[in-house]
Design a protein around this ligand. Structure first.
Ligand code: NAD
Length: 486
């Protein structure tokens, strides 16, 4: 019986084949106990008509091996192509994206010599669900969906990761001063889960100042957990200020499958020149070896790689007259790492991954199953309104229905009726809020039939309804935001 772990390997697009060849060469030289199964995904497959860039045979390999080492992918612009990365993350349930960003001063130029942080990014939800609609000829919508189990999975993962890898602090970054519900639930779950990890220090920042602090004082951070879009932006910032976006690897982790890749893209402008830095993908493969419980090989490769950096053998992206001794191309860099297998760094602390430090952490997000009383108390009806002023619209809708009263009309979240406070309100896209009572503290239940009757009245008035959003309370608490000015 083979003791090798089967892994699925995709070379990817752009610089992908160059950096994957270099990475596999190092893995082979280190006798990594893996058995690669090569699949084709990405640009070529998109152009053959696979809208997500992946054929059935590749899914079969992934189902078998449950491990993917992947080069970067070019998503063709336009034409309805879906991002392969997002498809893989969502289909395979890869809920946590783990991105360590470390500086390697004084060998790699950086303003932040003591930087050593790990960004754990939610990987399946938020705006990256990619649910978008054009609602009028000039209004576009991207839906941000955040679920409690989604928050629980990734935040639980971040704390478990901190515990396993002996990290001392977990920082949560959200924008819950503005998005009180969708970012608010992320922050709330963070506070709840933190209680189970009393030995780990916790803090929370609003994402804007949090990002500024990462850029200015990254050494103050340890593990950061944040949502999908914020984490995507922040991890590129962090990798770049550590030295180069070409250095950082990432693990996309689920309970059953994991995918390992560099954080950077396919870098089309340098593709084929053999100058790309393979370190990001190599670091991802080190994360993979830890994940499949091959800590000795991970240790062997990482120490050889650190030694190569110390010896001043650098690819063009990290080369500097002051710190480097040799400008290596992709293959030369890989050969330099191979030549140092078995050696340890002398300046950097040598790594020594232990058998019990497995990155595989299962998190299911099933903490809270409390029964809530959900009550329908109103509806927001969004219309495409090319003609009517707020006053005209308000006058038309004020007495439209006996059960439901018009409470407020808003445009992009701002109240435009009653008592519009701005000179030239944008009213092309309006939301008309109806409730059975104006008293927000004493809302009354309504029925779906009430809403259907109201919609029929909108139709009779010739108003173009583009969508409705039901207003609920949960155990008496408002499940919707109030309009600015309401
Ligand atoms: P990019 O990360 O490919 O490149 C940004 C900059 O970093 C470029 O100057 C590039 O030359 C440089 N760079 C990146 N990796 C490098 C490396 N290993 N060595 C040396 N220099 C490196 O970002 P982009 O240009 O915005 O995107 C290019 C394509 O990659 C797009 O099609 C995008 O959709 C795709 N992309 C894919 C992934 C992925 O597969 N996970 C991630 C991000 C972007």
């Amino acid at each position: 019986m083979s003791l090798k772990t089967p892994i699925t390997v995709a070379y990817g697009d752009g610089i992908g084949p160059e950096i994957m060849t270099a990475t596999l060469k190092i893995l082979t030289a280190a006798n990594a106990p893996i058995e690669p199964e090569i699949i084709e995904v990405g640009e070529k497959l998109y152009l053959q008509g696979f809208s997500s860039g992946i054929p059935d045979s590749a899914w079969e390999s992934l189902k078998r091996t449950k491990i993917l080492l992947k080069g970067p992918i070019t998503t063709p612009q336009g034409g309805g192509y879906k991002s392969l990365n997002v498809t893989l993350r969502k289909t395979l349930g890869l809920f946590a994206n783990v991105r360590p960003c470390t500086s390697y001063a004084p060998y790699i130029k950086t303003h932040h010599p003591d930087m050593d942080l790990v960004i754990i990014r939610e990987n399946e939800e938020g705006t990256y669900a990619g649910i978008e609609h054009q609602q009028t000829d000039e209004v576009y919508q991207c839906l941000k969906l955040v679920t409690r189990p989604g928050c629980e999975r990734v935040i639980h993962y971040a704390f478990e990761y901190a515990r396993k890898f002996n990290r001392k602090k977990v920082t949560c970054l959200t924008k819950d001063n503005i998005m009180k519900m969708s970012d608010g639930i992320f922050h709330q779950v963070f506070n709840e889960i933190a209680l189970d990890y009393p030995e780990i220090q916790t803090e929370h920042f609003i994402i804007d100042i949090g990002t500024a602090l990462v850029a200015a004082e990254p050494e103050r951070f340890d593990v950061i957990v944040t949502s999908n879009l914020y984490g995507d932006i922040l991890s590129d910032v962090a990798a770049q200020i550590a030295g180069s976006v070409g250095m950082a690897g990432s693990a996309n982790v689920g309970n059953h499958v994991a995918m390992f890749e560099a954080i950077h893209g396919s870098a089309p402008t340098i593709a084929g020149k053999k100058i790309a830095n393979p370190s990001g993908l190599l670091n991802a493969s080190i994360q993979m070896l830890i994940h499949i419980n091959q800590p000795e090989t991970a240790t062997l490769i990482e120490n050889a790689w650190l030694r190569t950096l110390e010896d001043g053998i650098h690819t063009a992206d990290i080369y500097s007259e002051k710190y480097s001794k040799q400008k290596a191309n992709t293959d030369e860099f890989a050969d330099a790492v191979i030549a140092r297998l078995g050696q340890k760094p002398s300046h950097f602390k040598a790594v020594d991954y232990k058998q019990d430090v497995r990155a595989k952490i299962e998190c299911y997000g099933e903490r809270k199953k409390s029964v809530v009383k959900k009550e329908l108390v109103g509806v927001d009806i969004f219309i495409d309104n090319p003609q009517l002023s707020p006053e005209e619209l308000g006058a038309k809708l004020e007495k439209i229905n006996e059960t439901l009263q018009l409470i407020v009309i808003t445009s992009r979240g701002l109240k435009v009726w009653p008592n519009c406070m701005i000179d030239a309100p944008y009213t092309r896209h309006c939301s008309c809020r109806f409730q059975a009572t104006k008293d927000i503290k004493n809302l009354k239940s309504i029925s779906h039939q009430d809403i259907i009757a109201l919609l029929q009245q909108f139709d009779a008035l010739g108003l173009d309804v583009i969508k409705t959003e039901n207003l609920y309370t949960f155990d008496g608490k408002l499940g919707f935001s109030l309009a600015q000015g309401q």
